[in-house]
Write a protein that binds this ligand. Sequence first.
Ligand SMILES: [Zn+2]
Length: 354
Amino acid sequence: MRRLLVLTTLLAGLPLALSAHAEGTFSFATTPGQLPKTVVPTDYIIDLTTDMEHLTLQGDEIIRVEVQSPTADVTLNQAGLKLASALLDNSQKAEIRQDDAAETVTLHFPAPVPAGVHTLAIKYSGPILKTPNGIYIDDYTDPAGKPKRMLVTQFEVADARRMFPGWDEPAFKATYQLNVTLPFEYAAVSNMPIIGTTQQDAKTKRVSFSPTPRMSSYLLALVAGDMASVDGKADGTPIRVFAPSGLENQGTYALGAAEKILPYYNDYFGIKYPLPKMDMLAIPGNYQAGAMENWGALTYIDNVLLFDPKNSTPRTRELIYEVVAHEMAHQWSGDLVTMGWWDNIWLNEGFASW
Ligand SMILES: [Zn+2]
């Protein structure tokens, strides 16, 4: 993430006498966190149905979990969601105990769930928010002066739990296969490429995305709306810059920057950008994070991604290059390699800025 008001000057006053202190090697069992580590998710299949008019979300998810030691209680995160049912291995129904203050739900089973691999099937509903966290709407006016509505997600630090029940802590890395039902005319972008689109009825379609690599929940992204892109490629990776339709050509400068930066980072990090595509999206207006490094679907407030040669200043060009370089660096520092807990976010951000 890059918030636009950064208090970097505060750091200049720190004394240099801080003693050397190295943390131990990462250990999943002992890294800080709030959820029990006895049940570990490995793969999610998430199916969302959006109602962009009434701002409601229906969800259906299947989570493959590994139970480390027998437990009758499975606790995961949710915020603002309402779980309708939860089924273990297609047979055992859970008693659902929501704790909305703690942003959790505990699935209680009559007998301990044995150690080993299991599936949880959860049905739930929730709101699509108007505030820019979790899954929310962004209402804006398009270049032709028409009111438009975009669907946006912003999950860092801990708002993935507003879109789906899950283990919403960075150490619980898993794969995510996302499916979403949307207005038919919307373009949809997530971390991974689209693998299928089916028309549902006269007004809606269901879009399926390829499963992500293992990653932290806060890096999942979904953006959909009346968008168009300018498309390029670097080192074999397709790169697209999306903007509200009609403004896509203002993404040309950022696209050119990304095409220069990607080969540089591939060489610098010594590991090639690991996803099959990279999309960058300009979010108009309702986007407080400034920019966010969602793996393969980087989001930016529109004025740090779009460049209008007629009206933008040289400073805007510098800012776009800087923010694009920062978010792209996070594709390695943050996304491929992630801090175990939020107390080390400084290192994640420090590396990306470096
Ligand atoms: Zn950052």
